[in-house]
Design a protein around this ligand. Structure first.
Ligand SMILES: Cc1ncc(COP(=O)(O)O)c(C=O)c1O
Length: 373
């Protein structure tokens, strides 16, 4: 606590975007006004400019804006020709949309176990899941920490598989100085408001360095049309609007500042929490963690969560149930004990408040409450 702060802060939100909104408001209002006056509301000049700017930032040849992160995954799978009869190896420790996208295109998600320290998909377990039906590996850069793309890409090369990065939580994260989304056939981003780069609604993006995949994605996002009213396949209505694209352009200009602020908050947590008997997130020398979430492991997670709730400290159990054991995938035949690492993690992980404007005093207050358990 600083000397100025005599009373502990009353609660800490899990996420607050209010100060950011105040800072951006004037610029965004001008952009909205510009979009309104131009009469271009969907896939207009702001979307095109944002696609170029995002591709340059990520380090991919192309970026294609779509309506959400879920759509980014679905369209990528479709663009790579993955569908019924195909298997896609993914992680059970993720938001449901990752596996849902595989199911939505008619393919089968195959779940590999995760690494205990990084929470990311384990390449050793992935290799054991490969069959002659496997078409792709779908790693998630969970919480903003990149998966081991070096080993996953090597496996994909050896077995002639596609790789799609679910980078929904990892805008600006890096593995060996390469940005998330630039290390595979397709990088999929979500701009849901809570993400590292978030808009004020739904939005998503696919990055790719293949001209062929880009052309297919552009077709798929607009009802499978090659030109107005001429349709060559069944596609989607998955288009980003000008107002969200205008906001994303403004926020992209400040993304490095925002990630640096997240990393500062994470280092305050690391410093305070490393004194306690719990496990803080790892960030290896190979990776630049974007800290979309700051997730700790504690054997008494539920008691910890109760303590934080009592003090009105926002938190989230990311993720309480591994996907392979969820009812919706009962038909795949997984049983408890099949993927022991992730099954253990789901009882131990808790995500603490993290966002660029979180103050050192707020972090200290959260850590004080954590220390009581
Ligand atoms: C890992 C992951 N994948 C996919 C998604 C889906 O993104 P969206 O909500 O934009 O559809 C999310 C969003 O929460 C996510 O966290």
């Amino acid at each position: 606590m600083s000397n100025k702060q005599e009373q502990p802060p009353q609660g800490v939100p899990y996420l607050s975007l209010q100060r950011e909104y105040k800072e951006l408001r004037d610029e965004w209002m001008q952009a909205i006004d510009g979009a309104g006056a131009s009469g271009a509301f969907i896939l207009g000049p702001n979307v095109r400019a944002f696609e170029e700017e995002a591709a340059a930032y990520v380090g991919a040849k192309h970026a294609i804006a779509v309506a959400s992160g879920t759509d980014a995954l679905v369209l990528s799978l479709r663009a790579l020709g993955i569908g019924p009869g195909d298997e896609v190896i993914t992680t059970p420790f993720t938001f449901f949309a990752t596996a849902e996208a595989v199911s939505l295109v008619g393919a089968t998600p195959i779940f590999a176990d995760v690494e205990i320290n990084s929470f990311n998909i384990d390449p050793v377990s992935v290799e054991k899941c490969i069959t002659d039906k496997t078409r792709a590996i779908l790693p998630v850069h969970i919480f903003g920490n990149p998966a081991d793309m070096t080993r996953l890409n090597a496996l994909a090369r050896d077995h002639d598989l596609h790789v799609i990065e679910d980078a929904a939580q990892a805008f600006g994260a890096e593995h060996k100085s390469q940005r998330a989304g630039s290390m595979s056939d397709c990088g999929c981003f979500s701009f849901y408001p809570t993400k590292v780069l978030g808009c004020y609604g739904d939005g998503g993006l696919i990055t790719t360095s293949s001209d062929e995949v880009k052309a297919r994605l552009i077709q798929l996002r607009n009802h499978g049309a090659t030109k107005p009213f001429i349709h060559v396949e069944v596609g989607y209505n998955s288009r980003l609007d000008e107002i969200q694209a205008a906001l994303l352009r403004i926020k992209l200009r400040a993304i490095e500042k925002s990630i640096t602020a997240r990393r500062q908050v994470a280092s305050w947590y690391d410093e305070e929490l490393s004194k306690l008997d719990l496990v803080t997130p790892i960030s290896t020398a190979n990776n630049r963690h974007a800290y979309n979430l700051y997730t700790i492991r504690h054997s008494r997670r539920d008691a910890l969560r109760d303590q934080l709730n009592t003090c009105k400290i926002g938190n989230s159990q990311c993720y309480p149930a591994p996907l392979h054991l969820q009812e919706i995938y009962a038909h795949l035949g997984y049983k408890a004990g099949d993927l022991p690492v992730v099954e253990g993690l789901c009882h131990e992980t808790l995500s603490l408040p993290i966002f660029p404007d979180l103050s050192r005093e707020q972090v200290a207050y959260v850590c004080e409450q954590v220390a009581k358990i």
